[in-house]
Design a protein around this ligand. Structure first.
Ligand code: AMP
Ligand code: GLY
Length: 415
């Protein structure tokens, strides 16, 4: 029987811990830092997910059999390299392969070199050069900070003033860090997430999902870290799927091997179905959040064995339940802007509710502790049924300071 450590603390890690808890090969799960929901399934350890040396020490002292890493920040600072050096089995890409997410320029150069379809682009470190380029091109234009920016590094500029402000922030004021940007063409179409287990050039697809980024129903309001997701995707045809796999995900895995930075872990393709074909918007080097929370509940096969298969260079068994899942985020009022924490939450005990930002307060109450707080997932034979059930689950939760969208997945079934 195995002892597994999951690094991370949000809804994605709760879903990974939940999936691992169903494995007959796993008897002890640790999570760091975890959260109040994860604590029901795993022993939560008070170490931050970027405290790599402490994590290695903990994994060694507890004789952990497998470490699974959720967040990009941990991967980008080389947690897998350090764990492997210490002789600990770990699931995720090494630091040099995690660059596919941590450097936009690395990802874009790779796509250009290997003809992987994406928006055309140029990168800049000099503000005047970037401004001149923007002046010569049309709007909207997309300005991306070259580095991890916790989802805040992308600006869709509709006019010169917006572009100028973004470039000043990223190149002159050094607001984010070292100051390099990628400026790329604006693309249009539905976005979708294609996560695949990757072992060097071998690619094993997971089921697709779609995130909903805008805060309010009908895709209104500001962009967020994601307000809900569903899986699978009726708007993706068999041809779309084949194209995304054979022209994007497999060539990318092969390209990374050729570049000497083989990828092992979950490669996340953030793709867009444009009129001109499917194109890459971004790659991530890890499970998506909140996509993971709607994809893993549909996995019938053993995830512990799948993680080990990838580490050992073998083909994982991946079997999926034939159903739809819809997940709805309950977020603190005010999110993605300012919000208050510490509101008591009742009736959130269901196994189908993943915790994103919760904690137990000094009085032993479950309270809100973040922008996105809970994620309620339901299954259905149709998307409509899954949506109805997910909304019912949400309606049972009692808390004075949460809001949610009611239309997750609705575009796919409302005509
Ligand atoms: P990224 O962090 O690169 O995924 O970008 C965040 C979001 O910005 C994406 O989910 C898209 O909605 C949007 N976006 C990024 N690149 C483009 C593009 N070239 N055209 C249109 N929208 C984009
Ligand atoms: N859902 C977007 C992400 O995981 O980056």
């Amino acid at each position: 029987m195995a002892k597994v450590l999951v690094v991370g603390g949000g809804g994605r890690c709760h879903a990974i811990v939940h999936a691992l808890s169903k494995s007959k090969y796993v008897d002890e799960i640790y999570a760091l830092p975890g959260n109040a929901g994860i604590a029901k399934l795993a022993m939560c350890v008070n170490i931050k997910d970027t405290e790599v040396d402490k994590i290695v020490e903990f994994a060694k002292s507890e004789n952990i059999d497998l470490v699974v890493v959720g967040p990009e920040a941990s991967l980008a600072i080389g947690i897998i390299d350090k764990l492997e050096e210490a002789g600990i089995r770990a699931f995720g890409p090494k630091q040099n392969a995690a660059r596919i997410e941590s450097s936009k320029e690395f990802a874009k150069d790779l796509m250009m070199k290997y003809n992987i379809p994406t928006a055309s682009f140029k990168s800049f470190t000099n503000y005047d050069d970037a401004i001149n380029y923007v002046k010569e091109n049309s709007f909207p234009t997309v300005i991306k900070y070259d580095g991890l920016a916790a989802g805040k590094g992308v600006v869709i500029a509709n006019n010169f003033d917006e572009a100028n402000m973004a470039l000043k922030d990223m190149l002159l004021d050094d607001k984010f860090g070292h100051g390099k940007v990628v400026i790329e063409d604006y693309l249009e179409g539905p976005e979708f997430s294609f996560m695949c287990f990757v072992d060097r050039e071998n690619v094993y697809p997971l089921e697709m999902a779609q995130d909903h980024k805008r805060a309010y129903d009908n895709d209104l309001g500001p962009n967020t870290g994601g307000m809900g997701a569903y899986s699978p995707l009726p708007f993706i045809t068999k041809e779309d799927y084949e194209y995304a796999l054979n022209k994007i995900m497999i060539p990318t895995a092969k390209a990374m091997v050729k570049e000497g930075v083989p990828f092992k872990g979950v490669l996340y393709g953030g793709l867009m179905k444009t009129k001109g074909g499917i194109k890459v918007i971004e790659f991530n080097c890890r499970f998506g959040d909140p996509e993971t929370e709607v994809v893993l509940p549909r996995l019938k096969s053993d995830i512990y064995l799948a993680f080990n298969a990838i580490i050992d260079g073998k083909e994982p068994v991946l079997e999926w339940e034939d159903c739809y899942t819809i997940g709805i985020v309950l977020a603190s009022k005010g999110y993605p802007g300012d919000y208050k924490k510490g509101f008591v939450i009742l009736n959130a005990d269901s196994d189908d509710i993943y915790h994103m930002g919760t904690k137990i307060d000094d009085n032993g109450n479950l309270v809100t502790n973040g922008g996105r707080v809970l994620f309620a997932v339901a299954k259905g034979k149709t998307l409509e049924e899954a949506n109805k059930k997910a909304n019912m689950l949400v309606d049972e939760i009692k808390c004075d300071n949460l809001f949610h969208r009611t239309d997750i997945g609705a575009k796919a079934y409302r005509k």
